[in-house]
Design a protein around this ligand. Structure first.
Ligand code: ZN
Length: 409
C-alpha cells in the first residue's frame, strides 16, 4: 500500500534536440544510469503543464502540478515570493516581489540590484512596519538583493501599474491605477507615497552612507513588481488529504510556492538554487523528511538557469550530477511513490521557457511499469501514462495511493 509521495521537480528540465548532441536533448544525451533504472520500473508519459500551446511560468506551472487552477488561485508572483520570505499572508493583502536597487536623485535607475548586493536585511528592516494612510507595509529580506513586500489594510487592489520599467537607465515613474475603482486609485496613491518615503529613509541610512564612502552602489530604492492579491486558498494537505507536507528548495520562488500552499519549509544548508547547490544535502533531507511527512516536494533549479543561458553542455552535466544522487532514492521504502518531472521545458535554443511537454514518471511498488530504458522526452512519450496535463498529477498520485473517490456506484 502506498502511503507517501515524493514529487521531485527539476526546473526547466525538458528541452529540444541539440545538433552537437546528435540531435538529442540534454536529458536524452546525458549519462543517467540511476534515472534510467527508476524509469524502467515506472509508468511514464509526457506532460503539458498548463495545457497544449501554453508556455508556463515556473509559478503557474507549480501551482498547476499541485492542483491549484491558476484561473482561480494565481493573482501574480508577489504573494508567492512574499510567502517564500516568511510573511504570513492574510486574505486581502496585496503582495509584491521587490528588488533593492540604486537610483540617482531624479530616480533614474542606475542598477536594478544595487550592485548585486548580498544581504538587504538592514534595508528591509528600515522599511518594515511603515504605515501610510492606514496601510501597513511589511518588508522582509529575500535572497541577495530581493525582498518580499506586503501592503495590509482596507480597500486595496492589485490592479496597479509597476513603477519600474525593468531597464537600468530608465526613470521610475508614478504608479497608476489600472481600472477606475477607488481601491485601485487608493492603492496607487499609497504606493507613490511609499516610494517617496522609502527613498528618503533608505537614502539617509547609515549603511548606505557607508556604501557610498566605500564606492559601492547604494541600496536606496525598493523596486516593486508582480502585484497580486492574496486569495483565499485551501491548504495543500487539506485539499488532497495528506497528514503533513513539506518543501525542500533553494530558490525563493519555490520555497514561496511551498509556503503559499501551507507546506513546511525544510532548510538545507548550501541549497542556493545555483550550480554549486548542495544536491546531496537536499536528497538526504528528502529521505529524512519521508519518515515524518507523507508528502515531500523536492525542487532543483539550475537545469532551468543553465538553459536560459543557452548552456546545453552545462545543463547536460548538471543532469548527470543530479543522477548521481538519484541513486539515493533506492533507499525509499515500499510505501513511497516517487514522481519525477519538470515544471516546463526551457529550450537552450530559445534561452527561454517553451511550451514543449516534459517527461514524467510515476515510480511505486505495484505500478504498471512501462519498461522504458532511458529517462528522456522521446522515450517517455512511449509510456502508458500518455500525454497528461499538470492538473492530472495530483489525481494520479491519489489513484496510486488508493485514495480517489469513486465516481458512480
Ligand atoms: Zn520553472
Amino acid at each position: 500500500m502506498i502511503k507517501k509521495a515524493l514529487v521531485f521537480i527539476m526546473d526547466g528540465l525538458g528541452d529540444r534536440p541539440i545538433e552537437e548532441f546528435d540531435n538529442k536533448t540534454p536529458l536524452e544525451y546525458a549519462n543517467t544510469p540511476n534515472f534510467n533504472k527508476l524509469c524502467a520500473e515506472s509508468q511514464c508519459g509526457l506532460m503539458y503543464t498548463l495545457g497544449r500551446g501554453k508556455r508556463p511560468g515556473s509559478d503557474t506551472a507549480h501551482m498547476s502540478i499541485f492542483g491549484y487552477p491558476i484561473e482561480e488561485y494565481y493573482t501574480g508572483r508577489g504573494p508567492i515570493e512574499a510567502a517564500g520570505v516568511g510573511i504570513k499572508l492574510e486574505h486581502g493583502d496585496v503582495a509584491f516581489r521587490g528588488n533593492f536597487g540604486t537610483v540617482d536623485e531624479k530616480w533614474n535607475v542606475l542598477d536594478r540590484r544595487a550592485g548585486r548586493i548580498k544581504d538587504v536585511t538592514v534595508f528591509a528592516q528600515a522599511l518594515d512596519g511603515l504605515e501610510i494612510d492606514g496601510v501597513k507595509f511589511i518588508v522582509k529580506p529575500g535572497s541577495a538583493y530581493r525582498a518580499g513586500v506586503v501592503m495590509r489594510g482596507k480597500g486595496l487592489s492589485s490592479n496597479v501599474s509597476s513603477a519600474d520599467s525593468h531597464n537600468a537607465g530608465d526613470a521610475i515613474h508614478q504608479v497608476e491605477p489600472l481600472d477606475n475603482t477607488k481601491e485601485a486609485k487608493f492603492t496607487a496613491e499609497v504606493l507613490n507615497k511609499f516610494m517617496k518615503k522609502s527613498y528618503e529613509i533608505l537614502n539617509n541610512l547609515e549603511e548606505n552612507k557607508k556604501r557610498k564612502e566605500q564606492g559601492e552602489l547604494q541600496a536606496n530604492f525598493l523596486l516593486l513588481r508582480g502585484a497580486g492579491v492574496y486569495p483565499k486558498l485551501p491548504k495543500f494537505t487539506e485539499k488532497w488529504g495528506f497528514e503533513k507536507a513539506c518543501c525542500i528548495a533553494g530558490g525563493g520562488l519555490y520555497k514561496g510556492v511551498g509556503a503559499f500552499l501551507g507546506m513546511d519549509l525544510i532548510d538545507v544548508p548550501g541549497a542556493n538554487a545555483q550550480v554549486d547547490t548542495n544536491l546531496e544535502g537536499k536528497f538526504d533531507a528528502a529521505l529524512r523528511a519521508l519518515k515524518e511527512y507523507d508528502f515531500v516536494f523536492l525542487h532543483v533549479k539550475p537545469t532551468d538557469s543553465l538553459a536560459e543561458d543557452g548552456n546545453y553542455l552545462g545543463k547536460k552535466e548538471f543532469i548527470e550530477k543530479i543522477d548521481k544522487y538519484v541513486s539515493k532514492l533506492n533507499e525509499v521504502d515500499d510505501e513511497t511513490l516517487i514522481v519525477i518531472t519538470a515544471d516546463h521545458s526551457t529550450a537552450c535554443e530559445l534561452k527561454a521557457h517553451s511550451a514543449d511537454p516534459v517527461p514524467i514518471l510515476f515510480h511505486a511498488k505495484g505500478i504498471r511499469n512501462d519498461n522504458l530504458t532511458k529517462f528522456g522526452e522521446r522515450e517517455c512519450s512511449k509510456g502508458s501514462l500518455g500525454v497528461i496535463e499538470g492538473k492530472d498529477v495530483m489525481p494520479n498520485i491519489l489513484n496510486v495511493m488508493g485514495k480517489l473517490p469513486l465516481i458512480g456506484a
